[in-house]
Every structure is written in C-alpha cells, then in structure tokens.
Design a protein around this ligand. Structure first.
Ligand code: ADE
Length: 419
C-alpha cells in the first residue's frame, strides 16, 4: 500500500474549509494548538491514531501536528469517514490517512496495519482496535510504545478486560471517563447527532413516534432526552435495575425489548453489547419499523439473523435498507447497523468534540511526560486536566462562576462546626 489511501485528493479544498468551520467551535483545542506551536511537546514523537475521520478529528490532528507529532491517521469505523477531510489532511497537511467511506472489513484492517507500520510511540484509539491489533498481531511494536489514549466507552471496557487478565502491555488513558468527555460528548453529542443521523437518513417526523432507546448509559440518556424533546413517545430498555429506575424517574416508560419491539416505530441501540435486537424481536416488529444503532460496534442488532429471515432486501434510500420478511413486513435497517450518527450524519458537533479532543491531546501529553513511570494499566485522566478543560470551555463561552471565599474553604475543611 502507498503511504496513504483516501478516496479523492481533489476533495481536499472543501474538506479544509469544513475543518476551519468546525474549528470556530473548538476554542479549547485552539488554545492548546497555540501553546503546542510554541512548546512543541510532541517533537519527533510518532503517533498512530485510529479515529473517526471527521472535521473535528482533523482539528485534533492539526493540534498534535502543531505540537511536533509525526502522525498517521486511520479510520475507526468503515462508514464514518468524511472523504473530503481525509483528502485535506493528506494534500494540505501531509498527514498520511488510511480511510475511505464505505471500505470493506478487509480494507479496514489493512488500513489499521498500515497505520501501525508507522511504529508508534503513542497510540490514540477510538474503540481500541489499534491496541487490540498490537497485542494480537504486532507485539514487535510494544517496546517502542510509551502509552495510548482511548476515546470511547466500548474501548475502555475492552482495555479494562485486557488489564484484568494481565494482558495490557503498556499504559492507556481512559479519555472517555473524564467528566468533560462523557458528561457532554456521550450525552449531548450522541443525543443530538443520533437524532440528526436518523432524520437525515429517513426524513421522518419524530413527533408522535414510539421511539425505543436500548441502554440508558450516558449516550442512551442523551438520545432519550432529545427524542422526547422532538415529541416522541420514548421507551427505555435496560438491564441494570438502578439505571432502569433512573429512567423511570426521568419520566420514561421502561420495559423489556420483547414488549417494546411490537409497538416501536424506531429502535436505537446504545448498549455496547451484542444482539440486543434479536431474531425474536424482528418476529414481532410492526411493518416499517426503523432499527438503528448508535453504539460503537455493529453487533448490537443481529443482522445475520435478520438476513436469514428475509426473503428480499433492497436499498430504499441512502442508509436505509428494507429487509422483507416472509409475511410481507418490512424492517428498515439504517446505516448497516453501524453508528448512525457518523454513517448518515457528521457525528457529534464540534463544540462537544472540543472538550473530548482537548482530553485526548492533554492525555497524550501526560503519557509522554510520565513515560517510563506508569504501570501497564488503564489510567483516568488526572482531575486537574478535567477541571482545566471545563474552566477553559466556560471562559471561551463567556460564562463566569463564583469562587469560594476563605471562610467557605475553611468551613468545608472543618469537621467541628455543625448546628
Ligand atoms: N465521535 C462522535 N462524533 C465524532 C466526531 N464528530 N468526530 C470524531 N469522533 C466522533
């Protein structure tokens, strides 16, 4: 393979203009970019990044490059790449990119290996595919790796499983678990972008629809909240009793998927687990039901069993495939069961990715600064980084907050005084 693989370099100028547009909404990352340009903390550091190739990611890449990093970028999903952005990074920033929207699985993994051929000192992952491939197939790279960062819930779960089994061979920072990441990106980002993806793919009216949200983690909460805001009749399905109780008290109906599936107009999965929508659910769905996923992997909907059940399959419109069942019912699967917000829309808006990617950049900086001191485990983003990002975001938004007085600090630190 050549040293990049993108759809069409002629798309570069449009991609760069869209990157600039997104950057206007990324003030924290821009501040970091300015600091990095002066301090060059990543001078000569080789980074392999496996992320959704979007305008926001491109701005993270520009930031790391401003800090001196020698970067290669590969897609973290076969269907999330914005081809114009991939072209801009190659043609205008000389960053090798391996990503083509709609690439098949074999190409996807060929691209992962191409990014690893860069022999990274730092890995930056969204879903842990780099870390997993290194541990399974490219162990020769481990001695050169200082550490990694991980963007998403699913990736952090995979990493913690590796660490628990004593398999993790270098430290990784769980960017997802930073408060300035998951409280905002997972909730408001996924909430808005998932609705955006469904609407762009289908152009349906959400108001009045029975809208089933599978999983009430931070992403599910965001989607349920936004669907309710659009006027949908929202049902939540959950496996955790405490979380299910929260959904009930947030005002949602909660029931098992087997009861929700027959009445659903739209079903969205955001659980991080597999076959959440399965054969026995397809058997009872209404004609025309829309089924999609906004969790990291495309295994939340059992598409193999739906394909086996179907007597016919046709593309109704871009990102909408109708599976025709023997009794004539049609089940519409959106975006091939892949992340609908990135397949049919543009992923989360730049303003939330600003904080997520400030965590990525500062997480990588921390890894480098503490090279050799860290254990081979999953690290949380240090609290001072999290708070610094929140403070910078507020400042950029022109929001001021109160400051504790000396008297209040003393009171909070004392145990003697009461009523
Ligand atoms: N994940 C969700 N939205 C994203 C975006 N806009 N860019 C990169 N990764 C994302």
């Amino acid at each position: 393979m050549e040293n990049y693989n993108v759809r069409d370099l002629n798309l570069a100028e449009g991609g760069r203009r869209r990157m600039d547009w997104a950057q206007r909404e990324m003030p924290v990352l821009t501040m970091l970019q300015e600091r990095y340009r002066k301090e060059r903390p990543f001078e000569g550091v080789r980074m392999s990044c496996c992320m959704h190739v979007t305008t926001e990611t491109a701005n993270l890449m520009r930031t790391m490059q401003a800090g001196g990093a020698d970067i290669v970028l590969t897609a973290s999903n076969p269907l999330s790449t914005q081809d114009d952005v991939a072209a801009a990074l190659v043609a205008q920033y000389e960053i090798p990119v391996f990503a083509i929207k709609g690439e098949d699985d074999a190409t996807y993994y060929k691209h992962i290996h191409a990014a690893l051929d860069h022999k990274p000192n730092i890995t930056m992952d969204d879903g842990a595919d780099l870390v997993s491939t290194i541990h399974k197939e490219r162990r020769d790279l481990i001695p050169g790796i200082v550490g990694g960062t991980e963007e998403t819930t699913t990736g952090v779960i995979r990493l913690r499983a590796m660490a628990k089994d004593g398999m993790l061979a270098f430290p990784v920072m769980a960017v997802n678990d930073a408060m300035t990441k998951h409280f905002f990106d997972n909730r408001y980002g996924t909430g808005q972008s998932t609705l955006d993806g469904i609407i762009r793919a289908t152009n349906i009216l959400i108001a009045g629809k029975t809208f089933v949200v599978a999983g009430y983690g931070w992403c599910g909460r965001g989607v349920a909240m936004r669907a309710k805001g659009f006027g949908a009749n929202v049902i939540v399905t959950e496996v955790d009793p405490v979380v299910a109780l929260e959904a009930v008290m947030d005002g949602f109906r909660v029931m098992p998927m087997s009861e929700a599936a027959p009445i659903a107009d739209v079903i969205v999965t955001l659980t991080g687990d597999l076959n959440v929508v399965d054969k026995h659910h397809f058997e009872v769905m209404k004609d025309g039901c829309l089924v999609c996923n906004s969790g990291h992997f495309n295994n939340e909907i059992n598409l193999d069993s739906l394909a086996e059940m179907a007597v016919d399959k046709r593309l109704v419109r871009p990102f909408v495939e109708a599976f025709v069942l023997p009794d004539g019912r049609e089940i519409n699967v959106l975006g091939e069961g892949r992340l609908i917000n990135l397949a049919a829309a543009e992923g989360h808006p730049a303003s939330v990715m600003d904080m997520s990617f400030a965590n990525q950049a500062m997480g990588a900086e921390y890894m480098l600064k503490h090279a050799g001191e860290l254990e081979n485990r999953v690290y949380d983003v240090p609290e001072e980084i999290d708070r610094q990002i929140a403070a910078l975001k507020l400042e950029a938004m022109g929001v001021k907050i109160d400051v504790l007085t000396e008297e209040q600090i003393k009171y909070l630190n004392s145990w003697e005084s009461g009523t």
